[in-house]
Design a protein around this ligand. Structure first.
Ligand SMILES: O=C(O)C1=C[C@@H](OP(=O)(O)O)[C@@H](O)[C@H](O)C1
Ligand SMILES: C=C(OP(=O)(O)O)C(=O)O
Length: 430
Protein backbone atom coordinates (compact mmCIF):
# COMPACT_ATOMS: atom_id res chain seq x y z
CA UNK A 1 0.00 0.00 0.00
CA UNK A 2 1.40 3.40 -1.03
CA UNK A 3 0.75 6.41 1.22
CA UNK A 4 1.46 10.05 0.46
CA UNK A 5 2.48 12.45 3.21
CA UNK A 6 2.38 16.23 3.13
CA UNK A 7 4.18 18.67 5.42
CA UNK A 8 2.49 18.27 8.81
CA UNK A 9 2.76 18.74 12.53
CA UNK A 10 1.14 16.71 15.34
CA UNK A 11 -1.19 17.89 18.08
CA UNK A 12 -3.15 16.06 20.74
CA UNK A 13 -3.12 13.01 22.98
CA UNK A 14 -2.32 9.44 22.09
CA UNK A 15 -2.06 6.17 23.99
CA UNK A 16 1.20 4.28 23.28
CA UNK A 17 0.43 0.82 21.88
CA UNK A 18 1.24 -2.19 24.07
CA UNK A 19 4.78 -3.55 24.04
CA UNK A 20 5.56 -6.14 21.39
CA UNK A 21 8.42 -7.66 23.39
CA UNK A 22 6.40 -8.01 26.60
CA UNK A 23 3.44 -9.42 24.67
CA UNK A 24 5.58 -12.12 22.98
CA UNK A 25 6.98 -13.14 26.34
CA UNK A 26 3.67 -13.03 28.20
CA UNK A 27 2.02 -15.29 25.61
CA UNK A 28 4.97 -17.71 25.56
CA UNK A 29 5.22 -17.91 29.35
CA UNK A 30 1.45 -18.30 29.64
CA UNK A 31 1.63 -21.17 27.14
CA UNK A 32 4.23 -22.81 29.38
CA UNK A 33 2.00 -22.29 32.46
CA UNK A 34 -1.40 -23.85 33.30
CA UNK A 35 -3.77 -20.93 32.98
CA UNK A 36 -3.10 -17.21 32.68
CA UNK A 37 -4.78 -13.99 31.74
CA UNK A 38 -2.96 -11.25 29.85
CA UNK A 39 -4.45 -7.78 29.94
CA UNK A 40 -4.08 -5.35 27.07
CA UNK A 41 -1.78 -7.41 24.81
CA UNK A 42 -0.47 -6.07 21.53
CA UNK A 43 -2.40 -7.83 18.78
CA UNK A 44 -0.19 -7.34 15.74
CA UNK A 45 1.07 -9.61 12.98
CA UNK A 46 4.16 -10.61 15.00
CA UNK A 47 2.37 -11.38 18.25
CA UNK A 48 -0.35 -13.29 16.36
CA UNK A 49 2.46 -15.51 15.05
CA UNK A 50 3.43 -16.22 18.67
CA UNK A 51 -0.19 -17.03 19.53
CA UNK A 52 -0.43 -19.47 16.59
CA UNK A 53 2.86 -21.16 17.51
CA UNK A 54 1.76 -21.50 21.15
CA UNK A 55 -1.47 -23.11 19.98
CA UNK A 56 0.47 -25.56 17.84
CA UNK A 57 2.42 -26.67 20.91
CA UNK A 58 -0.90 -27.31 22.69
CA UNK A 59 -2.01 -24.04 24.31
CA UNK A 60 -5.51 -22.64 23.85
CA UNK A 61 -5.79 -18.89 23.47
CA UNK A 62 -9.10 -17.09 23.82
CA UNK A 63 -9.60 -13.40 23.16
CA UNK A 64 -12.03 -11.77 25.60
CA UNK A 65 -12.47 -8.02 25.25
CA UNK A 66 -9.00 -6.54 25.79
CA UNK A 67 -7.60 -9.74 27.31
CA UNK A 68 -6.13 -13.07 26.31
CA UNK A 69 -7.09 -16.09 28.36
CA UNK A 70 -4.48 -18.75 27.82
CA UNK A 71 -4.72 -22.38 28.90
CA UNK A 72 -1.15 -23.56 28.64
CA UNK A 73 0.50 -26.95 28.21
CA UNK A 74 2.12 -26.74 31.64
CA UNK A 75 5.73 -27.13 30.60
CA UNK A 76 5.14 -30.05 28.23
CA UNK A 77 4.75 -28.87 24.64
CA UNK A 78 3.09 -31.26 22.17
CA UNK A 79 4.73 -32.19 18.92
CA UNK A 80 3.06 -29.74 16.49
CA UNK A 81 0.88 -31.39 13.84
CA UNK A 82 2.09 -28.99 11.16
CA UNK A 83 4.94 -26.65 10.33
CA UNK A 84 5.16 -23.58 12.61
CA UNK A 85 5.05 -20.41 10.53
CA UNK A 86 6.63 -17.54 12.44
CA UNK A 87 5.79 -15.22 9.51
CA UNK A 88 7.93 -12.04 9.81
CA UNK A 89 8.76 -12.38 13.51
CA UNK A 90 12.32 -13.08 14.64
CA UNK A 91 11.23 -13.20 18.27
CA UNK A 92 8.64 -15.90 17.52
CA UNK A 93 11.07 -18.02 15.51
CA UNK A 94 13.84 -17.92 18.11
CA UNK A 95 11.63 -18.45 21.20
CA UNK A 96 9.69 -21.28 19.57
CA UNK A 97 12.84 -23.00 18.27
CA UNK A 98 14.04 -23.39 21.86
CA UNK A 99 10.61 -24.58 23.02
CA UNK A 100 10.67 -27.18 20.23
CA UNK A 101 13.73 -28.58 22.03
CA UNK A 102 11.39 -29.61 24.87
CA UNK A 103 9.03 -31.79 22.80
CA UNK A 104 9.27 -35.54 22.41
CA UNK A 105 9.41 -35.36 18.64
CA UNK A 106 10.32 -33.22 15.67
CA UNK A 107 9.21 -29.64 14.93
CA UNK A 108 9.67 -27.73 11.69
CA UNK A 109 9.71 -23.93 11.86
CA UNK A 110 9.72 -21.46 9.03
CA UNK A 111 8.74 -17.91 8.17
CA UNK A 112 8.32 -15.41 5.36
CA UNK A 113 11.04 -14.56 2.84
CA UNK A 114 12.55 -11.95 5.20
CA UNK A 115 12.66 -14.26 8.23
CA UNK A 116 14.23 -17.00 6.11
CA UNK A 117 17.28 -14.76 5.58
CA UNK A 118 17.93 -14.10 9.28
CA UNK A 119 20.72 -15.89 11.20
CA UNK A 120 20.12 -18.55 13.87
CA UNK A 121 23.53 -20.24 14.03
CA UNK A 122 24.43 -19.62 17.69
CA UNK A 123 20.99 -20.77 18.89
CA UNK A 124 21.08 -23.99 16.84
CA UNK A 125 24.61 -24.77 17.97
CA UNK A 126 23.83 -24.29 21.66
CA UNK A 127 20.59 -26.28 21.43
CA UNK A 128 22.62 -29.15 19.92
CA UNK A 129 25.12 -28.96 22.79
CA UNK A 130 22.17 -29.07 25.21
CA UNK A 131 20.94 -32.39 23.78
CA UNK A 132 18.36 -31.29 21.21
CA UNK A 133 19.14 -31.99 17.60
CA UNK A 134 18.71 -29.11 15.18
CA UNK A 135 19.42 -28.32 11.57
CA UNK A 136 18.55 -25.83 8.89
CA UNK A 137 17.01 -27.51 5.82
CA UNK A 138 19.37 -25.53 3.57
CA UNK A 139 22.38 -25.99 5.85
CA UNK A 140 22.76 -22.22 6.18
CA UNK A 141 21.47 -21.66 9.73
CA UNK A 142 18.40 -19.91 8.29
CA UNK A 143 14.79 -21.14 8.52
CA UNK A 144 13.30 -23.57 7.63
CA UNK A 145 14.64 -25.14 10.82
CA UNK A 146 14.15 -28.69 12.07
CA UNK A 147 14.36 -29.37 15.81
CA UNK A 148 14.25 -32.76 17.50
CA UNK A 149 13.50 -32.49 21.23
CA UNK A 150 15.82 -33.74 23.95
CA UNK A 151 16.95 -30.60 25.76
CA UNK A 152 18.98 -31.39 28.88
CA UNK A 153 20.76 -29.01 31.22
CA UNK A 154 24.52 -28.57 30.82
CA UNK A 155 27.28 -26.01 30.86
CA UNK A 156 27.29 -24.19 27.51
CA UNK A 157 28.38 -20.98 25.81
CA UNK A 158 26.48 -18.81 23.37
CA UNK A 159 27.61 -16.06 21.04
CA UNK A 160 25.90 -12.81 22.04
CA UNK A 161 26.76 -10.35 19.29
CA UNK A 162 24.16 -11.33 16.69
CA UNK A 163 20.89 -11.42 18.60
CA UNK A 164 19.82 -11.38 22.23
CA UNK A 165 16.78 -13.42 21.20
CA UNK A 166 18.93 -16.57 21.26
CA UNK A 167 19.66 -15.95 24.94
CA UNK A 168 16.05 -15.06 25.77
CA UNK A 169 14.95 -18.29 24.05
CA UNK A 170 17.32 -20.47 26.10
CA UNK A 171 16.46 -18.64 29.35
CA UNK A 172 12.82 -19.56 28.70
CA UNK A 173 13.32 -23.20 27.65
CA UNK A 174 16.15 -24.34 29.95
CA UNK A 175 14.23 -24.06 33.28
CA UNK A 176 12.15 -27.00 31.99
CA UNK A 177 15.17 -29.25 31.36
CA UNK A 178 15.92 -32.15 33.73
CA UNK A 179 19.20 -30.67 34.98
CA UNK A 180 20.54 -27.24 35.63
CA UNK A 181 22.10 -25.21 32.78
CA UNK A 182 24.96 -22.75 32.97
CA UNK A 183 24.80 -20.38 30.04
CA UNK A 184 27.80 -18.10 29.43
CA UNK A 185 27.73 -15.38 26.83
CA UNK A 186 30.76 -15.05 24.63
CA UNK A 187 31.38 -12.03 22.44
CA UNK A 188 29.78 -8.70 23.24
CA UNK A 189 26.11 -9.12 24.16
CA UNK A 190 23.95 -6.82 22.02
CA UNK A 191 20.39 -5.75 22.83
CA UNK A 192 20.92 -6.54 26.53
CA UNK A 193 17.72 -4.83 27.78
CA UNK A 194 15.65 -7.51 25.99
CA UNK A 195 17.36 -10.17 28.12
CA UNK A 196 16.45 -8.15 31.20
CA UNK A 197 12.82 -8.02 30.02
CA UNK A 198 12.90 -11.81 29.68
CA UNK A 199 14.33 -12.27 33.18
CA UNK A 200 11.74 -9.89 34.65
CA UNK A 201 8.93 -11.91 33.04
CA UNK A 202 10.47 -15.24 34.14
CA UNK A 203 10.53 -13.99 37.75
CA UNK A 204 6.87 -13.02 37.49
CA UNK A 205 6.11 -16.53 36.23
CA UNK A 206 7.86 -18.00 39.31
CA UNK A 207 10.97 -19.14 37.42
CA UNK A 208 14.40 -18.60 38.99
CA UNK A 209 17.50 -17.56 37.05
CA UNK A 210 20.77 -16.69 38.82
CA UNK A 211 22.92 -14.09 37.09
CA UNK A 212 26.61 -13.59 37.92
CA UNK A 213 27.22 -10.40 39.80
CA UNK A 214 30.11 -9.05 37.73
CA UNK A 215 28.85 -8.24 34.29
CA UNK A 216 25.66 -10.28 33.97
CA UNK A 217 26.92 -12.52 31.19
CA UNK A 218 26.63 -15.87 32.94
CA UNK A 219 23.28 -17.38 33.85
CA UNK A 220 22.66 -20.36 36.10
CA UNK A 221 19.29 -21.86 35.30
CA UNK A 222 18.05 -24.56 37.67
CA UNK A 223 16.16 -27.35 35.87
CA UNK A 224 12.76 -29.00 36.59
CA UNK A 225 11.05 -25.67 37.25
CA UNK A 226 7.36 -24.82 36.82
CA UNK A 227 5.81 -21.86 35.03
CA UNK A 228 2.88 -20.04 36.57
CA UNK A 229 2.34 -16.61 35.01
CA UNK A 230 -1.21 -16.12 36.33
CA UNK A 231 -1.98 -12.53 35.34
CA UNK A 232 -0.06 -9.78 33.58
CA UNK A 233 -0.81 -6.35 32.10
CA UNK A 234 1.32 -5.39 29.10
CA UNK A 235 3.03 -1.98 29.41
CA UNK A 236 3.29 0.59 26.60
CA UNK A 237 5.91 0.21 23.88
CA UNK A 238 8.76 2.74 23.81
CA UNK A 239 9.93 1.65 20.34
CA UNK A 240 6.50 2.36 18.86
CA UNK A 241 6.23 5.56 20.90
CA UNK A 242 9.59 6.72 19.52
CA UNK A 243 7.90 7.60 16.20
CA UNK A 244 5.26 9.71 17.94
CA UNK A 245 7.75 11.54 20.15
CA UNK A 246 10.18 12.13 17.27
CA UNK A 247 7.36 13.36 15.01
CA UNK A 248 6.53 16.08 17.53
CA UNK A 249 10.15 17.01 18.24
CA UNK A 250 10.93 17.43 14.52
CA UNK A 251 8.05 19.66 13.54
CA UNK A 252 7.27 23.28 14.37
CA UNK A 253 3.87 23.84 16.00
CA UNK A 254 3.61 20.28 17.33
CA UNK A 255 2.51 19.51 20.86
CA UNK A 256 1.65 15.98 21.93
CA UNK A 257 1.01 13.96 25.03
CA UNK A 258 1.79 10.26 24.86
CA UNK A 259 0.22 8.18 27.63
CA UNK A 260 0.94 4.63 28.84
CA UNK A 261 4.71 5.19 29.03
CA UNK A 262 5.67 4.07 32.52
CA UNK A 263 9.28 3.30 33.56
CA UNK A 264 10.14 -0.16 32.31
CA UNK A 265 13.06 -2.45 31.55
CA UNK A 266 12.64 -1.61 27.85
CA UNK A 267 15.93 -0.22 26.56
CA UNK A 268 14.09 1.93 24.04
CA UNK A 269 12.96 4.33 26.76
CA UNK A 270 16.35 5.79 25.82
CA UNK A 271 14.47 7.73 23.11
CA UNK A 272 13.41 10.23 25.81
CA UNK A 273 17.02 10.88 26.90
CA UNK A 274 18.14 10.99 23.25
CA UNK A 275 15.55 13.61 22.34
CA UNK A 276 16.53 15.63 25.42
CA UNK A 277 20.19 15.42 24.43
CA UNK A 278 19.31 16.61 20.93
CA UNK A 279 17.68 19.65 22.45
CA UNK A 280 14.00 18.73 22.15
CA UNK A 281 11.44 20.17 24.55
CA UNK A 282 10.36 16.91 26.22
CA UNK A 283 9.13 16.00 29.69
CA UNK A 284 8.37 12.64 31.29
CA UNK A 285 6.03 12.34 34.26
CA UNK A 286 7.17 8.85 35.19
CA UNK A 287 4.54 8.05 37.80
CA UNK A 288 1.72 9.13 35.53
CA UNK A 289 3.29 7.40 32.51
CA UNK A 290 2.96 10.59 30.44
CA UNK A 291 5.48 12.06 28.01
CA UNK A 292 4.91 15.51 26.50
CA UNK A 293 6.82 16.95 23.56
CA UNK A 294 6.64 20.41 22.08
CA UNK A 295 8.11 20.89 18.62
CA UNK A 296 9.94 23.93 17.32
CA UNK A 297 13.33 23.60 19.02
CA UNK A 298 16.24 23.26 16.58
CA UNK A 299 17.62 19.74 17.13
CA UNK A 300 21.38 19.20 17.53
CA UNK A 301 23.50 16.35 16.17
CA UNK A 302 24.23 13.37 18.41
CA UNK A 303 26.49 10.33 18.75
CA UNK A 304 24.19 7.38 19.35
CA UNK A 305 25.42 3.96 20.49
CA UNK A 306 22.91 1.46 19.10
CA UNK A 307 24.33 -1.56 20.95
CA UNK A 308 21.47 -1.93 23.43
CA UNK A 309 18.69 -0.35 21.40
CA UNK A 310 18.79 -1.46 17.74
CA UNK A 311 15.10 -0.75 17.09
CA UNK A 312 15.63 2.98 17.71
CA UNK A 313 18.10 3.29 14.83
CA UNK A 314 15.58 4.21 12.09
CA UNK A 315 13.97 6.85 14.36
CA UNK A 316 17.32 8.32 15.39
CA UNK A 317 18.57 8.32 11.77
CA UNK A 318 15.60 10.48 10.73
CA UNK A 319 16.09 12.80 13.72
CA UNK A 320 19.75 13.14 12.69
CA UNK A 321 18.65 13.97 9.16
CA UNK A 322 16.96 17.17 10.37
CA UNK A 323 19.36 18.06 13.19
CA UNK A 324 22.07 20.71 12.98
CA UNK A 325 25.47 19.12 12.40
CA UNK A 326 26.79 15.64 11.78
CA UNK A 327 25.50 12.72 13.85
CA UNK A 328 26.89 9.23 14.18
CA UNK A 329 24.98 6.05 14.88
CA UNK A 330 27.58 3.54 16.08
CA UNK A 331 27.86 -0.05 17.23
CA UNK A 332 24.99 -0.95 14.92
CA UNK A 333 26.07 -3.98 12.91
CA UNK A 334 23.31 -6.12 14.46
CA UNK A 335 20.77 -3.71 12.94
CA UNK A 336 21.63 -5.39 9.63
CA UNK A 337 20.09 -8.70 10.84
CA UNK A 338 16.53 -7.44 11.22
CA UNK A 339 13.49 -7.68 8.92
CA UNK A 340 15.80 -5.97 6.43
CA UNK A 341 19.37 -4.78 6.60
CA UNK A 342 18.22 -1.53 8.17
CA UNK A 343 21.53 0.30 7.78
CA UNK A 344 21.38 -0.46 4.05
CA UNK A 345 17.70 0.49 3.86
CA UNK A 346 18.28 3.86 5.57
CA UNK A 347 21.42 4.51 3.50
CA UNK A 348 19.38 3.87 0.35
CA UNK A 349 16.17 5.78 1.16
CA UNK A 350 17.27 8.85 3.16
CA UNK A 351 19.53 10.20 0.38
CA UNK A 352 16.46 10.16 -1.93
CA UNK A 353 15.03 12.78 0.47
CA UNK A 354 18.22 14.85 0.19
CA UNK A 355 20.01 13.53 3.26
CA UNK A 356 23.80 13.36 3.33
CA UNK A 357 24.70 9.96 4.74
CA UNK A 358 27.67 7.62 4.89
CA UNK A 359 27.28 3.94 5.64
CA UNK A 360 29.96 1.79 7.20
CA UNK A 361 29.89 -1.79 8.44
CA UNK A 362 28.53 -0.89 11.86
CA UNK A 363 27.69 2.80 11.64
CA UNK A 364 25.87 5.57 9.85
CA UNK A 365 27.16 9.14 9.67
CA UNK A 366 24.36 11.57 8.90
CA UNK A 367 24.55 15.29 8.28
CA UNK A 368 21.33 17.16 8.91
CA UNK A 369 19.84 19.59 6.43
CA UNK A 370 16.77 20.50 4.38
CA UNK A 371 14.67 17.52 3.26
CA UNK A 372 12.97 17.38 -0.13
CA UNK A 373 9.96 15.23 -1.02
CA UNK A 374 10.51 11.99 -2.96
CA UNK A 375 9.03 8.56 -3.65
CA UNK A 376 10.71 6.24 -1.16
CA UNK A 377 10.62 2.49 -0.64
CA UNK A 378 9.55 1.08 2.73
CA UNK A 379 11.40 -2.20 2.23
CA UNK A 380 8.39 -4.13 3.62
CA UNK A 381 9.83 -3.23 7.02
CA UNK A 382 7.59 -1.61 9.63
CA UNK A 383 10.36 0.43 11.25
CA UNK A 384 11.67 1.71 7.93
CA UNK A 385 8.14 2.72 6.89
CA UNK A 386 7.36 4.48 10.19
CA UNK A 387 10.66 6.38 10.23
CA UNK A 388 10.25 7.45 6.59
CA UNK A 389 6.79 8.74 7.47
CA UNK A 390 8.44 11.13 9.96
CA UNK A 391 10.86 12.32 7.29
CA UNK A 392 7.87 12.80 4.97
CA UNK A 393 6.18 15.10 7.51
CA UNK A 394 9.18 17.43 7.26
CA UNK A 395 9.93 17.03 3.54
CA UNK A 396 6.31 17.07 2.34
CA UNK A 397 5.29 15.70 -1.01
CA UNK A 398 6.59 12.22 -0.13
CA UNK A 399 5.20 8.80 -0.95
CA UNK A 400 6.09 5.54 0.81
CA UNK A 401 5.25 2.03 -0.40
CA UNK A 402 4.84 -1.25 1.55
CA UNK A 403 3.15 0.71 4.33
CA UNK A 404 0.98 -2.29 5.25
CA UNK A 405 4.08 -3.58 7.10
CA UNK A 406 3.20 -1.36 10.09
CA UNK A 407 0.83 -4.23 11.02
CA UNK A 408 3.92 -6.06 12.34
CA UNK A 409 4.26 -3.95 15.47
CA UNK A 410 1.93 -0.92 15.31
CA UNK A 411 -1.23 -1.68 13.32
CA UNK A 412 -2.83 1.68 14.18
CA UNK A 413 0.22 3.77 13.27
CA UNK A 414 -1.35 5.66 10.34
CA UNK A 415 -4.66 6.00 12.16
CA UNK A 416 -2.94 7.53 15.20
CA UNK A 417 -0.81 9.82 13.02
CA UNK A 418 -3.87 10.96 11.11
CA UNK A 419 -5.78 11.62 14.35
CA UNK A 420 -2.84 13.75 15.49
CA UNK A 421 -3.19 15.84 12.35
CA UNK A 422 -0.68 14.31 9.94
CA UNK A 423 -1.81 14.91 6.36
CA UNK A 424 -1.66 11.54 4.68
CA UNK A 425 -3.57 9.70 2.04
CA UNK A 426 -3.56 6.17 0.73
CA UNK A 427 -2.85 6.56 -2.98
CA UNK A 428 -2.71 2.96 -4.15
CA UNK A 429 -3.13 -0.62 -2.97
CA UNK A 430 0.33 -1.51 -4.22
O1 LIG B 1 13.64 -9.97 22.26
C1 LIG B 1 12.98 -9.08 21.70
O2 LIG B 1 11.79 -8.85 21.98
C2 LIG B 1 13.64 -8.26 20.67
C3 LIG B 1 15.02 -8.19 20.62
C4 LIG B 1 15.76 -7.33 19.66
O3 LIG B 1 16.38 -8.15 18.70
P1 LIG B 1 17.92 -8.63 18.79
O4 LIG B 1 18.16 -9.20 20.11
O5 LIG B 1 18.00 -9.63 17.69
O6 LIG B 1 18.78 -7.41 18.53
C5 LIG B 1 14.83 -6.34 18.94
O7 LIG B 1 15.49 -5.84 17.81
C6 LIG B 1 13.52 -6.99 18.54
O8 LIG B 1 12.67 -6.05 17.92
C7 LIG B 1 12.78 -7.52 19.73
C1 LIG C 1 13.55 -6.77 14.73
C2 LIG C 1 12.29 -6.71 15.15
O1 LIG C 1 11.55 -7.77 15.58
P1 LIG C 1 11.84 -9.33 15.40
O2 LIG C 1 13.30 -9.57 15.62
O3 LIG C 1 10.98 -10.01 16.42
O4 LIG C 1 11.43 -9.70 13.99
C3 LIG C 1 11.61 -5.40 15.23
O5 LIG C 1 10.48 -5.34 15.72
O6 LIG C 1 12.18 -4.39 14.81
Amino acid sequence: MRVSISKSSVKGEVFAPPSKSYTHRAITLAALSKESIIHRPLLSADTLATIRASEMFGASVERKEENLIIKGFNGKPNVPDDVIDAANSGTTLRLMTAIAGLTEGITVLTGDSSLRTRPNGPLLKTLNQLGASTCSTRGNERAPLVVKGGLEGKEVNIEGSISSQFISALLIACPLAENSTTLSIIGKLKSRPYVDVTIEMLELAGVKIHTDENNGTKFIIPGKQKYDLKEYTIPGDFSSASYLLAAAAMTEGSEITVKNLFPSKQGDKLIIETLKQMGADIGWEREAGIVTVRGGKKLKAITFDAGATPDLVPTVAVLAAVAEGTSRIENAEHVRYKETDRLRALATELPKLGVKLEEEKDSLTITGGELKGAAVHGWDDHRIVMSLALAGMVAGNTTIDTTESVAISYPDFFKDMSNLGVKLEQISEE
